[in-house]
Design a protein around this ligand. Sequence first.
Ligand SMILES: NC(=O)c1ccc[n+]([C@@H]2O[C@H](COP(=O)([O-])OP(=O)(O)OC[C@H]3O[C@@H](n4cnc5c(N)ncnc54)[C@H](O)[C@@H]3O)[C@@H](O)[C@H]2O)c1
Length: 277
Amino acid sequence: MTDATNLDGAVTLITGAGRGIGQGIAEVLSERGAVIALSDLDADRSLVAAEAIKESGGNATPFGGDTTNQDSMDGLAEAVIKVFGRIDILVCNAGVIGAPGYQDRHEHTEEDWDATYGVNVKGFVHTSNAVAPHMQSLNAGRIVNIASHGGRKPRGAKAVLGNVQSPYSVSKAAVIQWTHLLAIELAPNNITVNAVCPGTLWTPMWEKIAENRRTADPEIAEFSAREVFEMSVKERMPMGREQTPRDIGKTVAFLASDDASEITGQALNVNGGAVMN
Ligand SMILES: NC(=O)c1ccc[n+]([C@@H]2O[C@H](COP(=O)([O-])OP(=O)(O)OC[C@H]3O[C@@H](n4cnc5c(N)ncnc54)[C@H](O)[C@@H]3O)[C@@H](O)[C@H]2O)c1
């Protein structure tokens, strides 16, 4: 790990990296020299994303792995260390917006609480549990947790949209607090732990959010999911534009670099100014 533009040879494990934000993080870190262990619940997705990085000249190896299962994460960490000898950077990214069928509901269910708690909270704990002892043995490491600006602010003012996103927002607030706690725990081992809070990105996750809003609000029912997304960006983003997976990747690259060696326990908004605390 040297500077923001050079992560030469740093072995980086990213969860949920088969598509969306995780894939963007993998691309940017690869371009900056990192060796990528690309993990996803959907192993085929990992394979395709790793192939794309290799075709661009990067070094990426696909792995499966279910973050909701501690044994699965222990096995993943062991497999990555077996292949590469070490893990320098861990990016906990895998997340869900709710339980299956989220896009058709306007009130949260028990399943939404279980799904978001299982993946977005316990999933991050399992992944760190699996990797942190190894980083402690190296007396070095960088952990970056992908939270959300949704963990910092209440949902929009339109009550008509229901409260189906509440479990997700609570789970992302928990990620921020988990980041603080883990940062304190691992600081004596020269390991930094930070969170990135993305804003609004057009990924399969946001497609579900847009679909949900479209079906809940008669005023926007005739718009496509993409149009609903664009309206939301215009309403909420002072910069007037959406963020991209690569924007999140650039911030992760900075937090993983030597330039960020004195930054720990922070949660950094990458959201065009939509939330400022
Ligand atoms: N898209 C946004 O606007 C946005 C905004 C803020 C935060 N985020 C956060 O960014 C992260 C990535 O979001 P995204 O939009 O790319 O989502 P996405 O749904 O497009 O991709 C998530 C990936 O995680 C994988 N995954 C899900 N559960 C898993 C599990 N148990 N184990 C391993 N992999 C699993 C999926 O297979 C998928 O490939 C999430 O933590 C999300 O909450 C997204």
